[in-house]
Design a protein around this ligand. Structure first.
Ligand SMILES: Cc1ncc(COP(=O)(O)O)c(C=O)c1O
Ligand SMILES: N[C@@H](CCCC[NH3+])C(=O)O
Length: 452
């Protein structure tokens, strides 16, 4: 694993390196940092910070590169965007218009995908713990498929399908026991992980599925983890799936579809971005001659580099003598949780051209939340930032806003979508009063016994 998740190892890429690797971003002498064709200071002037920004043109470009790579490899691969990475309707609309279907992991995501206009026949439902209600929802809407992750879930789904008078098209998600070489918290294909069906039991379970009422076994699915940088784990996992297809077919059972999962990594720091061409090649080599429909479910690769988080320095705080100062931002772990959850490294770039050329210094970049883990970077080498300086925290389009919370009673940040030179607010900043809108104070507390 490279150093995505380490805030300590190696030298930070320079501002110039960060910009060179991100064609959608550029630094202009007057406008400062520009995303697509929108000066980010204009967004921050209008809405304040913290504010999320998604780039529609960038999303389209990434989708086109991914689908082009599959086509160029001679593959007809359906792309189902992993909605968990970014579930905003505008993001789903942009990708849906390019032809993306959806991979969902809850009834909520299923409804979001449909609300964004993604047809049910392009939606696949994955996840280790679907409730009866979620199964019913999926069956009633006749979605493309449910990926089943255990024998227990298969029995439950059969009962629910029979009760609804429907047939569930399913794939069995196998756990191939392959190390994806990623962070322990986001690896999903190892024997000890909760995901998927143990490989050795999958063929028998497939045969069982074929005789269960209300179930049509349509194929197999595999997803070994997220932020995967090397192709070798994919090759290993796909080779195991191909072997399973042969075993199942030898039992005279049909396998119509293989869901190859997501997981392709991006470059946050020094990593080499996962190349769609290499993934296409891995799929072609291992699964290309089985005559099945092929699908992938990327999230991070499509959305990650298409988003960023704008923030302002509240103040600089001097630390102990001889230690770096703290740069306290108005964004925090409740907005972007990845650094505190996984020690993830995100590039930080000043918005102002003047700040961008200030002398470099070592700082700790932190948020105002009451946790020492509320840190965007330890010992970061950044141009000197002043009180009131604005920054963009990069590559935050996947697993960013979707993972935010209102911890410390911090309202959810505003969201904007840029598209070339135009920009629109796609979610207003949450109003403070709405933080307690759902709270119900029992009457007895409002009118204590004996009171009025
Ligand atoms: C079943 C499944 N599919 C797709 C994804 C998307 O992963 P990524 O965003 O790494 O492409 C995930 C998340 O790891 C997942 O659990
Ligand atoms: N939330 C993780 C990715 C989880 C992938 C979902 N299975 C991250 O930010 O890196």
């Amino acid at each position: 694993m490279a150093d995505t998740f380490s805030t300590h190892a190696g030298q930070d890429p320079t501002l110039r390196d960060l910009l060179a690797a991100r064609p959608a971003l550029s630094m202009h002498a007057i406008d400062g940092l520009v995303f697509e064709d929108v000066p980010l200071n204009a967004v921050a002037d209008a809405l304040g910070t913290p504010t999320w920004v998604m780039g529609a043109r960038t999303l389209r470009g990434r989708y086109a590169r991914l689908s082009g790579a599959m086509r160029d490899a001679g593959l007809d691969v359906a792309i189902h965007f992993a909605v968990k990475a970014n579930d905003h309707l505008a993001v789903l609309k942009v990708l849906g218009a390019q032809g993306a279907g959806a991979d969902v992991v809850s009834g909520g995501e299923l409804c979001r995908a449909m609300a964004a206009g993604i047809p049910a026949c392009e939606i696949v439902f994955s996840g280790v713990g679907k409730t009866r209600a979620e199964m019913e929802l999926a069956l009633r809407h006749d979605i493309a498929r449910i990926n089943v992750e255990s024998a227990e879930e298969l029995e439950l789904l059969s009962a629910v399908a029979v009760a609804c008078g429907r047939t569930a098209r399913i794939a069995l998600r196998v756990n191939p026991d392959v190390d994806a070489g990623t962070h322990a918290k986001i690896t999903t294909g190892l024997a000890g992980n909760k995901f998927g069906i143990p490989y050795d039991r999958a063929a028998d379970l497939y045969a069982h599925a074929a005789v269960l009422p209300g179930i049509h076994p349509a194929g197999l699915a595999v997803h070994i983890g997220s932020q995967i940088e090397r192709m070798q784990p994919y090759r290993q996992a796909y080779a195991r799936v191909a072997e399973l297809v042969r075993v199942i077919r030898a039992r005279d059972l049909g396998v119509e579809v293989i869901d190859c999962g997501g997981g392709l990594g991006i470059s946050y720091r020094h990593e080499t971005e996962g190349a769609p061409e290499a993934l296409a090649n891995a799929i072609r080599l291992e699964l290309g001659d089985l005559g099945t429909r092929l699908e992938i479910e990327p999230g991070r690769w499509l959305a990650g580099p298409a988003g960023l988080l704008l923030s302002t320095v509240i103040l600089r705080k001097r630390g102990y003598d001889g230690m770096p100062p703290f740069v306290v931002l108005d964004a925090a772990m409740n907005d972007l949780a990845r650094p505190s959850l996984y020690d993830a490294w995100h590039g930080i770039i000043p918005l102002s051209p003047r700040d961008a050329v200030a002398p470099a210094e070592q700082v700790h970049v932190v948020g105002p939340v009451c946790e020492s883990g509320d840190t965007f970077g330890h010992d970061r080498t950044l141009p000197h930032l002043r009180d009131g300086s604005r920054v963009a925290i990069l590559d935050a389009g996947a697993y960013g806003m979707v993972m935010s919370s209102t911890y410390n009673a911090r309202p959810m940040a505003a969201q904007v979508m840029v598209d070339g030179s135009r920009w629109d607010v796609i979610r207003a900043r949450q109003k403070i009063e709405s933080l307690w809108e759902g709270d119900i104070v029992p009457n007895t507390l409002t009118h204590p016994a004996g009171g009025k």
